[in-house]
Design a protein around this ligand. Structure first.
Ligand SMILES: *Cc1c(COP(=O)(O)O)cnc(C)c1O
Length: 252
């Protein structure tokens, strides 16, 4: 045993209290139950909707609790966090997605640790990713991020430009397009949020029907803690949930 005045290392596996661990597990069960109920209410089954855990700012030991509880999908916003936690979680079976903006100079690091990039929204980035994949002789799953809310001009391609981007990237065989991703309007009423989700579903239908998007690229990544049931009602196949599992984020 260590002497009483030896400080605990910050990332000791037992750095979480039993109560904190129990709380994460309870929250996971609740989110899974709510997602399953929403899937059934929309005429689908619980397996039609995956829950990805948005883990930005969360330490690896909290994420570990979730992965040991049976969840397998995590999403990071920053490449630095994606890379930083990868080693800590390497012993656990999981898939890491990048769900935040990707700068071209971070493509290398991202491809080393991410199974999927959900934030693909411009041709320059697509080209850079593909060139790097050629060098690595590797492949990556992607979603095209569409700015259906038209709020934050910085992330997501405009809906009317999605067709052009997808046409270009289909020629690049190292990227497997799984579907479309969007970020809804945060903290608004269901009436205000709903169109950004229904628009993404309609865009998917249009692009598949016209042959622009491959028929198997059916996935829709949309919905967060505050609105994931609404997103599922509008056809989400993957919801990205953070604070309702891990609690409020600490940005300090
Ligand atoms: C943080 C984040 C989420 C999850 O948000 P919560 O409100 O904590 O559930 C989902 N998607 C993206 C892109 C995010 O950055």
């Amino acid at each position: 045993m260590s002497s009483p005045d030896t400080p605990e290392p910050q990332n000791a596996p037992d750095s979480l209290s039993p109560e904190a661990i129990a709380s994460i597990r309870d929250n996971l069960d609740e989110v899974a139950a709510r997602a399953a109920a929403a899937a059934e209410a929309s005429g689908r089954t619980s397996t039609d909707v995956q829950v990805l855990l948005a883990t930005k700012t969360q330490p690896a030991d909290k994420i570990r609790v979730a992965l040991e509880h049976g969840f397998t999908l995590i999403g990071e916003n920053k490449v630095q966090e994606l890379v930083g936690k990868a080693e800590d979680l390497a012993d656990l079976d999981h898939e890491a997605h990048l769900i935040g903006p990707l700068q071209k100079n971070k493509v290398n690091h991202t491809l080393r640790h991410a199974h999927c990039i959900q934030s693909v929204d411009n041709l320059e980035l697509v080209t850079k990713i593909n060139n790097r994949l050629e060098v690595l002789d590797s492949t990556v799953d992607i979603f095209v991020q569409v700015n259906t809310s038209r709020e934050d001009s910085k992330s997501g391609i405009a809906p009317e430009e999605a067709e052009g981007l997808i046409t270009e990237l289909r020629g690049l065989s190292r990227m497997k397009l799984r579907g479309l991703m969007t970020i809804g309007l945060p903290g608004r009423t269901p009436e205000e949020i709903r169109p950004s989700y229904s628009d993404l579903r309609e865009l998917r239908e249009k692009l598949i029907a016209s042959g622009v998007m491959p028929a198997e690229a059916t996935e829709l990544s949309m919905g967060m803690s505050n609105d994931f049931e609404l997103a599922i009602a509008e056809g989400a196949t993957m919801v990205r949930v953070g604070s309702s599992v891990f609690g409020a984020r600490d940005y300090s």
